[in-house]
Design a protein around this ligand. Sequence first.
Ligand code: NCD
Length: 322
Amino acid sequence: MEYPPLEQLRESVMGDVITMDDLTNEEIIKLLDNARKMLPVAKGDIHLPLLQGKVLANMFFENSTRTRMSFETAMKRLGGEVLNFTSAGSSVSKGETLFDTMQMIDGYADVAVIRHPRQGAAQYSADAVSIPILNAGDGAGNHPTQTLLDLFTIREAHGEFKDLNVVLVGDLRYGRTAHSLSNALARFGVNLTLVSPESLKMPDEIVSDLKSLGGIVNETDQLYEQIKDSDVIYMTRIQKERFPDEDEYSKVSEIYTLTESDLIGSKENMIIMHPLPRVNEIHPSVDSTKHAMYFEQAFNGIPTRMALLCKSLGIDISKEVL
Ligand code: NCD
């Protein structure tokens, strides 16, 4: 289900990030450099109130832990304020439309983050309002702000993207994190291996986009034979809430699980990532290995979202001396 275009489109705002196509490679690298600079601020070691007087609206029409809280922490550590909206307890239950809800936000905040179960909802919102909109997940569509923290995590671990072997595993059909991340990785010259059961393959149109972006893409349903050559293994949750049929979900719900013993023979500096929440994909025995990067990855949401909020609000942090 996609939203129809609005009859009267407003000018698309500079600073909207709906898919990774809204950022050039140069902009991505600049955001990652700025995020690195923000690390001491993200940790709370340095106080830098760059966003004092600015208000972020966190618009969550679907559940979230990390995305909502890391945007909130990012904003607050930069001196800004946060309005938290969840559809439960709001006028959505009285029948208010997304369009009307977003009109309010246009007046209440300077920038909005939106997560919604419907694909296209973030673009629709961006077309409906004049403040910058950051897509924090639209159904099975995209999740570009997760991609920024994923890229940051990979870059901090491996330095360069080019020629890395990155394996994306799990629900590549409905997984929006994999959709956005694969786009960026293809643009940066990564070798991508897509591991999923046949029923959860990456949509054909995305695979052909990845190839036209210059990506080297292999598809398989076999995970374990990929481990020894991998630089990054990116596990994803099977997106239960997007399945039309519970039986179809149970057929694939436990298809790939990494345990500590699976990692024998892997590269020294191979990292295991996961956008979280995990269900069965990574056994807790992996947590204490040197490969486990998922909790650090979740922390990286703060500096990368700081860099993104500053960009969207027109604050240049590249010249800040910290
Ligand atoms: C992901 C999401 O919401 O798409 N979570 C996140 O933002 N870290 C992944 C998921 O829900 O499986």
